[in-house]
Design a protein around this ligand. Structure first.
Ligand SMILES: [Zn+2]
Length: 224
């Protein structure tokens, strides 16, 4: 199955992002997308957490494809070994443990990795694409002029543009933003935090993004 490998994208290795398939053995490092019972994306979990949810009957239903089979102990009554078939997307009952999917005013924490991914690794001034290590966080309205460190006031900038802009607003520096910043929704944030997002997980998350999300377009363009 194809995947979007965000860890590779961070490093600027975007050549064959869509071509990386899971090895036949289905590596256990692949994360599972957990949703609530209504299907709202909640978080990425590893195979151990997925196994715990399956064995504790917390899995309401599954979506996506079968990722791997986990073998448990032998059932004393039946003499059979328990086998868990773990899917790429699992809907779970019980507490979410994360309020993000229910609160309309939820604001995800800001960090450079998710910021650069939000902006598709493009410098929002010169429109060129860079690996994460060559990017920086620009405060549109600088701190020195009362600007805040929030999603709506930050964009991805290459070092050169950031230096050129210095402690000025874009207007003062006569520089133009190629796109307006936005605060990711919870579903968008789950995607931005992903490591290796399988095609079916991607499709699922995209369906939960706002229709107007710039990410629809940016995700397409990352891989061209
Ligand atoms: Zn630039």
């Amino acid at each position: 199955m194809n995947a979007i490998d965000l860890d590779r994208a961070d490093r600027g290795l975007e050549d064959d992002l869509r071509a990386v398939g899971l090895p036949p053995a289905r590596t256990l490092s692949q994360l599972v997308l957990r949703t609530d019972v209504a299907g709202m994306p909640l978080e990425w979990i590893d195979y151990k957490e997925a196994a715990r949810l399956y064995t504790q009957d917390q899995v309401a239903y599954t979506c996506g494809s079968s990722l791997f089979q986990l073998y448990g102990g032998v059932n004393a009554r039946t003499g059979r070994r328990t086998v868990l078939d773990v899917n790429s997307i699992i809907a779970t009952v019980g507490h979410a443990g994360n309020p993000g999917n229910t609160r309309i005013d939820y604001v995800p924490p800001l960090n450079n990795q998710t910021l650069f991914r939000r902006d598709g690794y493009l410098c929002m001034y010169c429109a060129l694409r860079f690996p994460a290590r060559e990017l920086s966080r620009d405060h549109i309205r600088p701190f020195s002029q009362g600007g805040k460190d929030i999603w709506m006031n930050v964009v991805t900038a290459c070092r050169r543009c950031n230096n050129q802009k210095a402690s000025r607003t874009p207007e003062q520096a006569k520089m133009q933003l190629i796109a307006v910043p936005f605060t990711p929704t919870y579903a968008e944030y789950i995607f931005l935090k992903g490591r290796r997002v399988l095609a079916d997980q991607m499709e699922y998350l995209l369906a939960h993004f706002p229709r107007s999300s710039p990410l629809h377009d940016r995700i397409q363009r990352w891989f061209q």
